[in-house]
Design a protein around this ligand. Structure first.
Ligand code: SF4
Length: 691
């Protein structure tokens, strides 16, 4: 029986910065789950709590358990597993929400059904599984016989002179690439065999251009079997920003958890900006090549040579995935006429205009990207660039959601997905946009059907249109829902959406909003280990261990600054409820409860918190609720005096709740804390008062 004790800590914010030393360290290795804990059976033993839902004490209501794992690692956790479906990694569902009645079923096809014409795949009987029968692929033989993670044995043949370039081609030949190995480290609930199998089925991609791999790219994956990813977009516009600023935003997005970054530059030196972003990124970089195609020329002049030359140039630069809006067809354009806001995708609107400009006999011309699809596939395959097939007709408002234009385009995208797979190119599919909350599940599950499980990445979606300035919130709500129901990656929305080009601070807010959405969905889906981090923070919170609490917080600086703004002492309550009303403190004192008593979380003595850092001071300055001199005192108060060192009477930052009797505590509580003036209780002279 494998060990069930993790040998390292949980995933923490610093680990979320892809490419950081912490990412590459042990927390995302096998050790995270315990040595040897890598088989599906191990995972089941470890995480499954029960598939029979417990009932209420009077037996009247049974919890709707559907067989999912408990997303936390404690095998004896008192909570039930997730209400999601039982995991089906290697099957069409992977981690999935139960279907509301009426939802489209998953496709019965996968990328295995769309091999190149000169390939074949045969499933062999289990009796074929002997050491002598299984055969690794070699260029000379053009054949591989291998067993996948679910025990299915495949014989795959390809032309004798074939050399795999893309991750999809390697996976089809049973090869586990170094990139798949790396992804398995970063997705500790999956094995490298499972990663390979998901890629072979087309349900997962590793966007890793062969040229970008020569720089600092740290391979990651996008797919329903893995954790939900966040995509940040940026890029200079004709009226704002520069290459240096965009590189700074890139690094900012990586710091705040962006798993991939899209360069959507439409102004400045696009080529230099793209080059700089690729060379400085550890995350995959995407582009929308049509932006570069029309810079310096009229849209009408866009032709075959310009399209293919631009795609090839960016592929050689190292772009990992490209958005190509090939799904907009002539028959879809009339369907847009009734919309409130027409076509809101830049690529979609540009191509629709091109099609109308080149119309013949009153009929729009064919989309040139659709016409050139097979040629574009050949270019992308050469460099292992993944498609992100653009939804050029995505809705731009709730009223236009799930209309025939959007769904018609999605059907074409399903066809394009299959054609790309035939070329060996990895595919993900872009989705809406603005969708009422009740339509989100349908959108996700229809994509699953029409695109045969190809990863879905969505822009939000916003669930209401009337909160400009807060669209990171309106969209984050939709993003959580669609990640639960079927999306693999969430394109962030910043507070500047619809209003202007995001600045560095907007990038941070967008990334954090979407990290929340992605993580919430992963927990709800029951992805093994996804709740470990939450459980660690809960233990720190229960123990009133503020230091650990902030260390575990995704944004430590903001959490610490907000806490110290009111009460700059780490003690057994905070300024929200105060001492007498602190339920966490009271719970901790009830001996029968385990609350606050987890091993390793004891907070020790109350201490005056350390001085605010520059970042924390800036957060309070921007917040604007304290005067500058008050913030200055918080930032300068006890530099050099940190927890564990403040033990003498003179420097002691004692809190009344730990050091005085109940009556005195009550008096202090009434006199000072209610006014948020806790300093006398901590032995701080009144002339040092900050509040
Ligand atoms: S005072 Fe209130 S908010 Fe603060 S730790 Fe106690 S219960 Fe939580």
């Amino acid at each position: 029986m494998p060990s069930t004790t993790p040998t390292t800590g949980p995933t923490t914010p610093e680990h979320l910065a892809a490419g950081s030393p912490a990412w590459k360290a042990a927390s995302h290795t096998k050790a995270h789950l315990g040595e040897g804990l890598r088989s599906a059976a191990d995972l089941r033993d470890r995480y499954r709590v029960t598939t029979a839902g417990p009932a209420l004490p009077d037996g009247s209501v049974q919890l709707p358990m559907n067989g999912a794992f408990n997303p936390g690692h404690e095998p004896t956790a008192p909570t039930p597993g997730s209400f999601a479906l039982a995991p089906d990694v290697g099957g069409p569902l992977m981690f999935a929400s139960p279907d509301t009645p009426g939802m489209p079923a998953p496709s019965t096809k996968t990328a295995w059904d769309f091999l190149p014409d000169d390939w074949s795949c045969e499933v062999l009987p289990a009796s074929a599984c002997t050491g002598a029968t299984l055969r690794s692929w070699s260029p000379a033989s053009g054949e591989a016989i291998f067993k996948d993670a679910r025990g299915v044995i495949r014989r795959v043949t390809c032309p004798a002179d074939f050399r795999p370039i893309t991750q999809l081609e390697s996976a089809r030949l049973g090869i586990i690439t170094p990139e798949m190995e790396r992804v398995a480290q970063r997705e500790p609930h999956l094995t490298s065999e499972q990663i390979r199998d998901e890629i072979a089925a087309g349900r997962m991609i590793i966007p890793a251009n062969v040229h970008h791999l020569r720089h600092d790219l740290d391979p990651m994956c996008i797919g329903r079997a893995s954790k939900t990813k966040v995509y940040a977009n940026m890029g200079a516009s004709p009226v704002s920003s520069s290459t240096d600023e965009e590189v700074e935003k890139l690094q900012w997005a990586e710091k705040w958890g962006g798993d991939t970054v899209m360069d959507l530059s439409t102004g400045g030196d696009l080529d230099a900006c793209r080059e700089a972003i690729i060379q400085n990124s550890t995350v995959p970089i995407g582009t929308v090549p049509i932006y570069s195609m029309i810079i310096g020329r009229r849209l009408e002049d866009l032709d075959r040579d310009i399209i293919l030359h631009t795609v090839e140039h960016q592929a050689r630069q190292g772009v990992d995935y490209m958005t190509i809006h090939a799904g907009v067809r002539p028959e879809h354009i009339p369907l847009v006429k009734q919309r409130l806001i027409g076509i809101v995708s830049r690529g979609g609107s540009l191509l629709a205009k091109w099609m109308l400009v080149h119309a013949k006999e009153g009929k729009p011309a064919e989309n040139p990207m659709y016409d050139l699809w097979d040629d574009i596939c050949r270019v992308l395959r050469e460099h292992d660039v993944s498609f992100s097939i653009g939804d050029g007709l995505r809705p731009g408002g709730l009223a236009d959601a799930t209309d025939l234009a959007q769904l018609g385009e999605l059907q074409t995208i399903g066809e394009l997905t299959a054609r790309a797979w035939r070329h060996g190119v990895q595919v993900m599919v872009e989705g809406p946009g603005h969708v009422p909350f009740d339509q989100i599940e349908f959108n996700a599950k229809l994509q699953r059907t029409l695109c045969h499980g190809a990863p879905f990445y969505v822009l939000g979606p916003l669930v209401t249109d009337v909160f400009p300035g807060y669209d990171h919130i309106t969209s984050c709500i939709g993003a959580t829902a669609i990640a639960y129901h079927g999306a693999s990656m969430l394109c962030y929305v910043t507070p500047k959406e619809h209003l202007g080009l995001p600045k560095k601070g907007d990038v941070k807010e967008g990334c954090i909003a979407y990290k929340i959405a992605a993580h919430a969905a992963d927990v709800a889906l029951g992805i093994p280990g996804s709740r470990d981090w939450d459980d660690e923070l809960t233990k720190a919170r229960a123990a009133l261990n503020w230091k650990k609490h902030f260390e575990l917080a995704f944004d430590e600086d903001t959490a610490r600054a907000y806490h110290d703004e009111d009460l700059d002492v780490d003690t057994d309550f905070c300024a929200m409820c105060g001492h007498d009303w602190c339920s966490v403190r009271i719970s901790k004192e009830i001996q029968e409860f385990s609350s606050g008593k987890a091993e390793g979380f004891d907070r020790g003595k109350p201490v005056k918190s350390d001085a605010l850092t520059d970042e924390q001071r800036a957060i309070l300055e921007q917040r604007g609720y304290l005067k500058p001199e008050e913030i200055h005192k918080l930032a300068a108060k006890v530099k050099g005096k940190v927890e564990g060192t403040v033990d003498d009477e003179a420097g002691k930052a004692a809190c009344h709740s730990d050091y005085v009797d109940a009556d005195e505590a009550k008096q202090i509580q009434g006199e000072q804390l209610v006014q948020l003036n806790s300093l006398p209780a901590h032995g701080i002279a009144s002339d040092d008062r900050v509040i």
